[in-house]
Write a protein that binds this ligand. Sequence first.
Ligand code: DAH
Length: 341
Amino acid sequence: MTDRINDLLTRIESFAPATAAQVEEFRIALLGKKGEIAALMDEFKGVAPELKRELGQKLNRLKSAAVSRIEELKSTVGAREDAGSARIDDMTRPGSDGHIGSRHPISLVKNRIVEIFSRLGYTVADGPEIEDDWHVFSALNFPPEHPARDMQDTFFIEKNPDVVLRTHTSSIQVRTMERQKPPIRVICPGRVFRNEAISYRAHCIFHQIEGLYIDRNVSFADMKQSILYFAKELFGEKTEIRMRPSYFPFTEPSAEVDVSCSICGGKGCGVCKGTGWLEIMGCGMVDPNVLEANGIDPNEYSGFAFGMGIERIAMLKYGVGDLRLYFENDVRFLNQFDSAL
Ligand code: DAH
């Protein structure tokens, strides 16, 4: 009996099957109900008591050697067969399509805006998201008690000296004026933060794009023409703009810009709430105090600035009614947008 056990052990060791079917065959021959190990077990019952201990141990060792060898062969031979079948597949069959992702609508709109302004000679400028009071408020002519500094709007990281998350991209105007002497012509996209409750029309994180143009003899008419050009490029040739007087601490005079509703063409519809106009941005002539605070002589230079919310423009362009969709990153939403640009 010992000889047969040893013989089986060598066979198990040296068994080299080519297919999974051969492994299975081998398993049945060894471990099956009528297999060789079962036969040995049967025989073992009639073995003399003084030999039982030694033979019993040998039999157990044989069984576990068989089980683990077959497990090992199953995975290696199986994997080899899988790889092999892929190799002999029809070589002329077209490959499966690589999935091309889509760009986020906010990136699409941002890229488009940057592209339009770069044709007018604007370059992209950047600045930090974590800012100080000077760059977000003071250098932009915000009076010390201005409500925008209030805790309700601003995320404060530290108080005294103030470290804040920027509430608007206008801080990049200040960063640019520190770095550069006029003529300045920059477009500044970026993320901004406000302490607002999240709903379909407000979020605590959103994106703005800021424009700043400073040179000698820059006039309100230059601003109006640049914005009109931009609006026509973005919303179509028939688009008209109108400006309504407004107030921002960093511009004087200031205006709010509306475009004729691209959905109804100005006749009045649900999107423009029957007015025929959609608000898209704030703008104005850079306040002389801002120029002065940033080391630019207001007697020599003038300029204009404008700022808009990228989500707002994307909502108008794509007819998306709920701001939160831009932040949830649900692929069913994102898949609907282009991969281009
Ligand atoms: N910073 C303003 C805001 O957050 C937007 C803005 C308005 C920017 C007028 C400008 C501007 O540059 O001239 O609402």
